[in-house]
Design a protein around this ligand. Structure first.
Ligand SMILES: CC(C)(COP(=O)(O)OP(=O)(O)OC[C@H]1O[C@@H](n2cnc3c(N)ncnc32)[C@H](O)[C@@H]1OP(=O)(O)O)[C@@H](O)C(=O)NCCC(=O)NCCS
Length: 169
């Protein structure tokens, strides 16, 4: 479990962001709700469109603000083969963005991928968040499809073996 201490901007009070897997039905509902509100609602997509056919086979991770108990960020990992995993549906609540919480989610998903013995992770990134995945160590490998038919996505990849080599030096 990853724990980050931070300060709330409004009152300067100490709050804690805890990254972990959802454990109850209610938490999972809140998890999907945040995913819907950040990744689907602004584009007029219907409820239900935030889920895909792989939810049951995926590892889900969320960040909770300890001071409110609310889910503030989510992301998931799906094993695509013995070597490859895909990270997707990364979403941070607007008021919590750019505070390092998205990176905490990717780090936890990467740790889970390592536990599974995966060699690489891929993601289809909306082009406006390519910079985020680059910060997480991913590189662009090609164009993907267009989300909702018009939002361009790029394939990006993180070589987990290379990362291990690099961190040894
Ligand atoms: C993209 C998203 C998941 C990033 O999470 P976040 O918590 O805001 O990002 P972090 O604070 O962990 O950022 C980590 C680094 O990436 C950078 N970064 C974050 N978002 C970025 C963006 N959109 N473009 C370029 N760089 C970005 C940050 O500046 C930071 O770099 P720094 O350490 O040098 O300051 C989040 O902003 C989000 O949910 N956006 C809307 C939904 C979305 O588009 N999701 C992705 C679908 S593919």
């Amino acid at each position: 479990m990853l724990i980050l201490s931070s300060r709330t901007k409004e009152e300067g009070e100490r709050s804690m962001i805890v990254v972990r897997q959802p454990t109850t039905k209610e938490e999972l509902e809140e998890y999907y709700d945040l995913r819907y509100r950040v990744l689907r609602e602004p584009w007029g997509q219907p409820r239900g469109s935030e889920k895909d056919e792989f939810e049951d086979q995926s590892i889900h991770v969320m960040a909770v603000d300890d001071s409110t108990g609310k889910v503030v960020a989510v992301g998931k990992l799906r094993k695509r083969s013995d070597e490859e995993g895909q990270i997707s549906h990364m979403a941070v609540a607007p008021e919590y963005q750019r505070r390092g919480i998205g990176l905490m989610i990717t780090e936890e998903l990467t740790a889970q991928a390592r536990k599974l013995g995966l060699k690489r992770l891929v993601v289809t990134a909306r082009n406006n968040v390519i910079g985020f995945y680059e910060k997480a160590g991913y590189r662009i490998t090609g164009e993907a499809y267009k989300l909702f038919g018009y939002i361009p996505l790029s394939w990006m990849e993180l070589d987990l073996q290379e990362e291990i080599e690099t961190s040894r030096h």
